[in-house]
Design a protein around this ligand. Structure first.
Ligand code: EPS
Length: 412
């Protein structure tokens, strides 16, 4: 791994922390932009009470000086404001006496890590599991992903997400262009590009709330401006679709990942699926005219620096595990959140008696937030690919390597 990050922190512990490695020296780091991503992750109709307590902001502790990366590990932290209410329950010190309300959890929630985690780690207080299994951890991922996005932006690569289905609605996934997705207002309640469908989704969330239930859905993440040639066909572990699927599936509650029209394509004939190849006169990028070292526009003119292109993109920008210069399109399928106000059947792990699953404050749905996290994870995977392919210790060196590669693509 060339660009990597590690997170630590429990949902109601003191803070989330992360260490990001592989950021080239000289990359400008915009803290306000990281905070904007954190804010976006907290939005979305159907979020729970915790989001009213937290205003997630990042503090950078190392690796950045005067607004620029040093090339050393970047350590960051996000405070858990809710910790003040959990100090004794979550204390790292051994306590002389039990807290008045120890908030032990002994009734595992179906669908959560509670029971399998408790059995595996041999703990009888399932809070030991749920605190780290909580999706609160994704705030740290979003901060790391925001740094990855800043590296990608230095090469003209952009990432966006939108919600394409909430619960069962609409029946077919919403399909929109990059421009239509870019036009979604930041205060859109569900980050949905169809305002009418969004209102219908809100009604579904209200109904689920009244019923004490939860909802899942589908988000789509897009990346634009990628060069041809990230990833590789040569080894299973280098195939970019595999790396992306792993990263998206690692997000809490994501149970399926689709690249391009992968699901629908399985039921079509080959002639209806594969994107035919065309070629046009060498573009400005092939001549190296619009990407020079002094330019701030690092984006190749069309189709990822190549003069070959497709008129359709059912493959979602990847062929043979390699980017083909078209827009990358990835969908994440999220199951409904497993903490239900109207609890499911469970068993108390101490008494072994049948009982309702534990209820903790939670969200009705978090699909828009999952989209923001999907952006962060895709940004991380792509930043790693860019570091792997273009190397360099400084951003300048990486830029030079990138230009030289675009030059060779232009001659192909
Ligand atoms: C979350 C914080 C959590 C939950 C949610 C996501 O906070 P709390 O448990 O204090 O309400 O709202 O976590 C879950 C959905 C889960 O299953 O644990 C966050 O910051 O995103």
């Amino acid at each position: 791994m060339f660009f990597k990050f590690t997170t630590a922190g429990e949902s109601h512990g003191k803070a989330l922390i992360a260490i990001v490695e592989g950021v080239p020296a000289g990359l400008p780091i915009d803290i306000a932009a990281i905070n904007h991503e954190l804010w976006l992750r907290q939005q979305g109709y159907g979020r729970g009470g915790r989001m009213k307590i937290e205003t997630d902001t990042v503090e950078i502790l190392s690796g950045v000086r005067h607004g620029k990366a040093l090339g050393s590990p970047i350590a960051l932290t996000i405070e858990n404001k809710d910790f003040v209410h959990w100090q004794d329950v979550m204390s790292s010190e051994e306590l002389a006496e039990q807290p008045k309300n120890p908030r032990h959890v002994t009734r595992p929630r179906p669908g959560h890590a509670d029971l399998a985690g408790g059995q595996k780690y041999q703990t009888r207080d399932l809070r030991d599991i749920l605190e780290r299994a909580s999706a609160r951890e994704t705030a740290a991922r979003v901060a790391c992903g925001a740094i990855a996005k800043q590296l990608l932006a230095a090469f003209g690569i952009e990432i966006k997400s939108h919600v394409v289905k909430l619960g069962s609605h609409p029946e077919s996934l919403i399909e929109k262009t990059w421009e239509e997705i870019a036009a979604i207002p930041t205060d859109s309640p569900l980050n949905c590009a169809d305002a009418k469908v969004e209102q219908e989704m809100i009604a579904l969330i209200d109904k689920a709330k009244t019923d004490g239930d939860t909802l899942g859905g589908v988000f789509e993440v897009l990346a634009k401006g990628l060069p041809v040639g990230l990833g590789s066909h040569t080894s299973w572990e280098d195939k970019l679709d595999g790396r992306i699927a792993r990263a998206i599936m690692s997000i809490h509650a994501i149970k399926a990942v689709e690249i391009g029209d992968g699901v629908a394509n399985a039921g079509r004939r080959g002639s209806e699926v594969h994107d035919e190849i065309f070629w046009s006169e060498p573009s400005a990028s092939a001549e190296g005219q619009n990407v020079d070292e002094k330019s701030t526009n690092w984006s190749p003119a069309h189709a990822g620096g190549s003069d070959f292109f497709r008129k359709t993109n059912r493959a979602g920008g990847l062929e043979g595990g390699i980017t083909n210069g078209e827009e990358l399109r990835v969908r994440g399928y999220m199951k409904p959140i497993s903490t239900l106000r109207k609890p499911l059947h469970s068993v108390d792990i101490d008494t072994k008696e049948a009982s309702d699953a534990a209820f903790e404050r939670s969200d009705i749905t978090a699909v828009p937030a999952a989209g923001v996290i999907g952006e962060a994870m895709l940004a991380f995977v792509l930043a790693n690919e860019m570091r792997e392919k273009f190397g360099g210790d400084s951003l300048d060196e990486m830029h030079r390597n990138y230009l030289s590669y675009l030059d060779s693509l232009g001659r192909y």
